[in-house]
Design a protein around this ligand. Sequence first.
Ligand SMILES: Cc1cc2nc3c(=O)[nH]c(=O)nc-3n(C[C@H](O)[C@H](O)[C@H](O)COP(=O)(O)OP(=O)(O)OC[C@H]3O[C@@H](n4cnc5c(N)ncnc54)[C@H](O)[C@@H]3O)c2cc1C
Length: 362
Amino acid sequence: MREFDVCIIGSGPAGAGAAKSLTGSGLKTVILEKQRLPRYKMCSGMLFPEAQQIIRDHFGRIPEEILSDPKEFNGIRVYPTKETPLDSPTEIPMPSRLFSKLPDLAGCLLNVSRGGLDSWLCAQSDANVLDGCRLLDMSLDNGHVQVRFERDGETLEIKSRFLVGADGGQSRVRRVFLSDPSKPIMQIPAYEEHYIGEVDLDVENWFYAFLDPELSQGFASFHKKDNRLITVSGALQGNSAKAYLNRFRAHLESVHGLRAEECVHSYGIVLTDMCFRGDFRLGRENILLCGEAAGFMRFFTEGITTALITGRKVGESILESMKTGRQPLEIYARAVAREMDFIMEQHKQYSEIQSAGDSLFV
Ligand SMILES: Cc1cc2nc3c(=O)[nH]c(=O)nc-3n(C[C@H](O)[C@H](O)[C@H](O)COP(=O)(O)OP(=O)(O)OC[C@H]3O[C@@H](n4cnc5c(N)ncnc54)[C@H](O)[C@@H]3O)c2cc1C
């Protein structure tokens, strides 16, 4: 059995954010990741200005190699309905106060490869990273956490003082330690397809969002990444995200001149409704959750920023708890209160606009 101060499950931006704030203090930190790195993560890979600032401040200059083509977008062009005239989408240039309250924020949307970004963030954190780990079980005993997992055919065991659940929307850490049958979590499927082809939209400069409820039960998005045109749509639990994506694709073909020669990739993922209900699950005792595992997701699925923020706060809360002897959960809950309020405010504003049948942000 190997001993660590902190064991982090998940190597996304939340896990890397937590690790980065811990390793500088000399704490022995390990990240366990179930996939082999660099792993594929279904995500548009838009790095919003606040995320860019956090990365620059804590991880260093973002390397060119993780940027896709085009490297950046001016912002988001929104088509509130199918009837919105082609030449008058609502433009949200970046930086935008809708996506951050920070003053003096600079930057556009950076178009990144998630596999590249997340692996680089983890490497910058200086934590021990073990990929290809299959979790067997986790237990909390006498103030210590024990994690058993399998790697390369070998069963290994880790004992740590703190456990960080940074394992994404379908978090196993949350299901094992923080499930609450009185608060069921709704599953929101999303589906994507990548095409080689052309389109009559300015995909070199803008990321596109379509809000018509026939095209998605959340929002549908369209953007270019390297030589691919990427469509994404989502549905509520029990409905088919793929059916919505098919309608979205037909709309792009008939209205925006999409000419998809070949579909080269398709993928599905499941999000949760925790952020819409304010059902944030932060942890218990010496187990803390961050990022999507805890329910953190800003609107327009801006999840990287909030994962970096809450991951960092987890690490800082652990350090403060070790220094002061105070409960880590109490410190962490206070540290992320502002982020929770901001997310709730964003979603409230969005649902008010939707229910008023108004066009977005105008
Ligand atoms: C379609 C779509 C588009 C999006 N676009 C954007 C965007 O443009 N910009 C943006 O900011 N956000 C976007 N998001 C949101 C963003 O992708 C997530 O919110 C963000 O990745 C959350 O980070 P995380 O570290 O909490 O979790 P993740 O990035 O999901 O990382 C969790 C990690 O934990 C690992 N893991 C899971 N279970 C286990 C286990 N049992 N054992 C070990 N490891 C495990 C996973 O393999 C994964 O590597 C998008 C999301 C979707 C679905």
